[in-house]
Design a binder for this molecule. Structure first.
Ligand SMILES: Cc1cc2nc3c(=O)[nH]c(=O)nc-3n(C[C@H](O)[C@H](O)[C@H](O)COP(=O)(O)OP(=O)(O)OC[C@H]3O[C@@H](n4cnc5c(N)ncnc54)[C@H](O)[C@@H]3O)c2cc1C
Length: 426
């Protein structure tokens, strides 16, 4: 007999978004997270004195309606912080030279003759079936793309985005309705992870960290997950909320066609190093991020949009496979400090999907293979990497598997749970 209503494998945004929906529906949810902390790509590093900075996701927008629902359910809306004017200041680092830019200055840097020659045909061709590079090159020309757009697009998903689809599943930029009752872009005091911390503490949700799932298999009407240290968890429903390579491994037994489809989603590794420096030691002007052209790292994200009077934080998102010493030396060079001044380095290794132009077809093949299974599979490798893409997939997958009825005994056990309602957008 299942001891949990729903097991969720993976305690990042996708897993906790699904857990929130399930708990709100009165189910007892257990989230199994391999790492010692929840969050995955949500990683707000916090010092004992309350200073924080984002090693991973750093910005939410008022077009993230599902994410705002979660923030409301998590009870953290009062901690929302508007991003300051530094949000619109960037640096471009090319061949050792720094350019300080704003959106308006980027437009001024554009080769307008090249853009004018390309735009009419590019607009006519549209986005359908095109990669980011082919679409944007079609609009502004290949030189403008290589000089400006390519490096900025690569900074968003911490990888070259040339082959990303220009629209639909896997695309980087999507139009969504905005909630006028929230600021356009924002974070939270203590970092975005505050939202996930609130979800993990919801009544009906139990989180086990340090619980790396080694296998997930059908057992009668339910599921059994076994962790690498031999713990066994049984449930009626299950959800996989891991990167695609892990999902492919765990789906090998059930359903195997879905495992094969998940294995076709490519991934990249991002190795990040974060550091806090006293304000007086920093030479860089205040800026949201620095984008290099052809360097060891894809971007440097700062905490400057939420300025601290005494300290600044810089997170370098490096390409994979570069020796730690080499990465530290490059950080020191860019920040113009001695390598030994880089104390208390925070390190992180993440796996991200690398969607190709045919991503929609790959996702459709996966969903066909999964159809009918009482298993939700969620993550940033379906609709896209953005926070809202993950949340919408989690909501839709919960709706699909929630139709599975609960045994009467389970209903009786959870009858006393007081789960806060998620308020509808105002
Ligand atoms: C550096 C960076 C910056 C970003 N910035 C933004 C931003 O500003 N705005 C935005 O909209 N999006 C941003 N994103 C994207 C967004 O944050 C992610 O796509 C999203 O958080 C992914 O959530 P997830 O739960 O699907 O996956 P993950 O966060 O990868 O979570 C998967 C979880 O599964 C766990 N896991 C893996 N294997 C197992 C196992 N066997 N058993 C148990 N648990 C397991 C992992 O430890 C992890 O916690 C950023 C991403 C990165 C990497």
């Amino acid at each position: 007999m299942a001891t949990h209503d729903v097991l969720v494998v993976g305690g990042g945004l996708s897993g906790l978004a699904l857990a929130c929906k399930a708990a709100r529906a009165g189910r007892r949810v257990t989230v199994l997270e391999a790492a010692p902390r929840i969050g995955g790509c949500f990683h707000s590093h916090r010092s004992p004195d309350g200073h924080w900075f984002e090693m991973g996701a750093h910005t939410a927008y008022n077009s993230y309606g599902g994410f705002l629902e979660l923030a409301e359910a998590a009870g953290v809306v009062s901690r929302l912080r508007v991003r300051g004017p530094q949000r619109a200041r960037f640096g471009l680092l090319r061949e050792g030279r720094y350019e300080w830019l704003t959106p308006a200055k980027i437009l001024l840097r554009l080769g307008w003759l090249e853009a004018a020659l390309h735009a009419p045909l590019g607009i006519l061709r549209g986005k359908r079936g095109r990669s980011m590079r082919r679409y944007v090159e079609g609009l502004v020309g290949p030189r403008n793309y290589a000089r400006l757009f390519g490096p900025f697009f690569a900074a968003v998903p911490s990888q070259c985005a040339d082959d990303f689809p220009a629209e639909g599943p896997g695309s980087l930029f999507k139009k969504r309705p905005r909630r006028a009752d929230y600021p356009r872009s924002f974070g939270f005091e203590g970092g975005l992870q505050a939202v996930l911390d609130g979800l993990a503490a919801l009544p009906g949700v139990t989180v086990e960290t340090g619980a790396e799932v080694a296998s997930l298999r059908r057992d009668g009407a339910g599921w059994v997950a076994t962790t690498v240290d031999g713990r066994r968890f049984e449930s009626l429903l299950a959800a996989l909320a891991t990167p695609p390579d892990v999902a492919a491994r765990l789906l090998a037994l059930e359903p195997p066609a879905a495992a094969a489809a998940a294995a076709r989603i490519r991934t990249v590794v991002v190795e990040s190093l974060g550091v806090v420096l006293p304000r007086e030691r920093c030479w860089l002007p205040e800026l949201a991020f620095l984008v290099p052209v052809d360097d060891l790292f894809h971007s440097v994200v700062t905490r400057d949009p939420f300025p601290d009077p005494a300290r600044r934080a810089f997170v370098f998102h490096f390409k994979p496979g570069i020796a730690r010493e080499t990465r530290l030396a490059r950080m020191a060079e860019v920040l113009r400090v001695a390598p030994q001044d880089l104390a208390d380095i925070v390190e992180q290794r993440l796996v991200l999907p690398a969607p190709a132009a045919d991503h929609a077809a790959r996702v459709a093949a996966f969903d066909r293979a999964l159809a009918g299974a009482p298993l939700a599979v969620v993550g940033n490798w379906f609709d896209g990497l953005a926070i809202e893409d993950c949340v919408q997939r989690a909501f839709a997958e919960w709706a699909r598997i929630a139709a599975v009825p609960r045994p009467r005994s389970a209903e009786a056990r959870t009858a006393g749970i007081d789960v806060p309602a998620i308020t509808a957008p105002g």
